[in-house]
Design a protein around this ligand. Sequence first.
Ligand code: ATP
Ligand code: MG
Length: 626
Amino acid sequence: MQYEQIHRRSIEEPEAFWAEEARAIHWHRPPRQILDYSNPPFRRWFVGGQTNLCYNAVDRHLQERPDQLALVVVSTETGTTREITYRQLYREVNAFAAVLRQLDVGRGDRVVIYMPNMAEAVFAMLACARIGAVHSVVFGGFAAHNLALRIDDARPKLLIAADAGMRGGKVIPYKPMVDAACAEASSPPPKVLIVSRGLDAGMARVPGRDEDYAVLRGQVGDAEVPVEWLESNEPSYLLYTSGTTGKPKGVQRDVGGYAVAMAQSMRTVFDCAPGQVMFSTSDVGWAVGHSYNVYGPLIGGCTSLLYEGLPTNPDPGIWWALCEQYGVRTMFSSPTAIRVLKKHDVDFIHRHDLSDLKYLFLAGEPLDEPTAQWIGNALRKPVIDNYWQTETGWPALTLLPGLDMKPVKFGSPGFPNLGYRMKVIDEQTGAEVAPGQKGVLVIQPPLPPGCMSTVWNDDERFLKSYFGHFDELLYSSLDWAIRDEEGYTFILGRTDDVINVAGHRLGTREIEEAVSNHPRVAEAAVIGVHDELKGQVPLVFVTLKQAAAAEEVPALSAEMVRQVTASLGAVARPAHVHIVNALPKTRSGKLLRRSLQALAERRDPGDLSTLDDPGALEEIRRALGI
Ligand code: ATP
Ligand code: MG
């Protein structure tokens, strides 16, 4: 059936539509009511239904596919590969759940998981889901302070941590960060469970608090732990947003709605059927990792590939080698990762047999045209831009190859996903703008199943952050967008990233695209800075593919300024183009424009806890003469 028809039905008759979709998962008790929207903008899906994410991801497949691979974990850091069938996954998850029970973790208790992409991270998540504990995975690359912030917000009964992660062959011990975070936190967890890979031989243990997973695992043996049936709207997990625009928000997800969204999107968006293989290069600590490394593929009865390591180790062909070896059908990655690969010979792709690979999905940040073109030409497969947020938990704008594949348009993540009623509205009047006009991208609630229920412990912040900007009943994505005549939506950047030059509103993204088209530019960041005359003017920071000689710099900068005015007009003329070695980014690879802007305006750069490389900001300071 046509996308338009199904999408219309999904938003005009949401209850009928989602009642049918809900059949894709197992319900211990069927829902009494499909949608309760009596307290807008809060909504509850599948009210009264009882289900369990772990049961749907694991137990349910034991009959039909016990010996199929459920999870493949490849680490080019430790040089190991683990292939885990559904039967083995069932055993490992039950054992982990038994250990959690021994540590007195139960329904509704929070568990913080601080681990890299390793099999036990997945076992731990599913074990929590099995017993109704609420997991909150904290990205392993975060330092002690970030971990402490999340501990204090989630107040976990248990923290599960790896002994160490590895990056580029270097061991990064986690335990010192765990200890520092527990010391900093005002409500540290009473127990810490360490999953050791033997990477940190001298690891210190706190008696009475620290437990060793291997020891407890040995004690529980092949224990089976019954599934805890949860009401559809109980919390399943918390996941904090990247913190690009401020203090991270604890996105709270439900059980039933999420399971249904996962089952549906595996089919309609990712076109990945039971028995087929999905490879997401994300870290389990991100939204993509939760949805498409763990819950989506496993609920879908697929094989999920999890990867620990750099995309360039042992060589830049490693991901394609894995696609060939495991017959990956659907691959999911980020523009940042592809930009890394783009610096290398395309032959690293061509030397592999990628006949099983059908699609590459990219999400998380704007997909610039040079990157999309490069990877599209190299793979000769559709490259599908995906727009979503930690809050939505699954794609909000996408193409749906599993349903009705529309042509790819560069620069656009496509159309509203099923169940998403989206509009582009004028920020002043709140009225829907005409095609081709810029506005704010909003979702008209009720938010579809799978999206956040609220901000953990803070309904007020949920309402204040996302609603009430224009109209109490519109969820603001806080992103600018344009919809064209054919209904394709283009994302122009964050609403706090707009530059107002003498009354003209310019998205930072459009200017970044214009600069990025310069052949020497690797990446660009654009911010608006105060200007007496015009209100604001764009200021550009770029990194180059290959370093420039000092004497080349003035001419290069001037060329880039011309490049912008040539494509966007004189109004977009940058005040200056600074050439730097690195741009300040969050751990998830997103540009920290707000900090750049604050520095340029000589203000405090704000919360830098998610900054990846402090050196990058130092260099910006020098470039600005601070
Ligand atoms: P915080 O909300 O804490 O500031 P964040 O918004 O960076 O952090 P995420 O939820 O990880 O945290 O990112 C979602 C945002 O990423 C979107 O709102 C959008 O700005 C950007 N984004 C995601 N996918 C795309 C895409 N395909 N094209 C353009 N931008 C995208
Ligand atoms: Mg956000």
